[in-house]
Every structure is written in C-alpha cells, then in structure tokens.
Design a protein. Structure first.
Length: 53
C-alpha cells in the first residue's frame, strides 16, 4: 500500500475485492467439500477392497 494513499481508499478496495471473491469463496468451499467427499469415498473403497481380499 502506498503510504500517501488515504486508508479509506484502500478499505474500499478491500471491500470491492471481498465482494468479487464472495462467489469464488463459495466455489472454493464447494470444491473443498467435494475433495473431502472424494477422499472419504476413496478410503471407503480401499477398506472394502481390503476386506474382499
């Protein structure tokens, strides 16, 4: 941040970027949950595979 800029300009910038990132944050959360689900699914399959041997 340029020290000569007023702080409120910087804050408005942060608010605007936060608003723009609102959607991507939701997408990231959905992506994280799908990764967790895929990981759990993979563990379950490996467990079943181990039992069937």
């Amino acid at each position: 941040m340029n020290p000569t800029e007023p702080a409120d300009v910087h804050n408005a910038d942060l608010v605007r970027s936060a608003r723009e990132h609102g959607l991507s944050r939701r997408l990231a959360a959905a992506n994280r949950w799908s990764r967790i689900a895929a990981w759990a699914d993979g563990r379950a399959r490996r467990a079943v595979d181990g039992l069937s041997r």
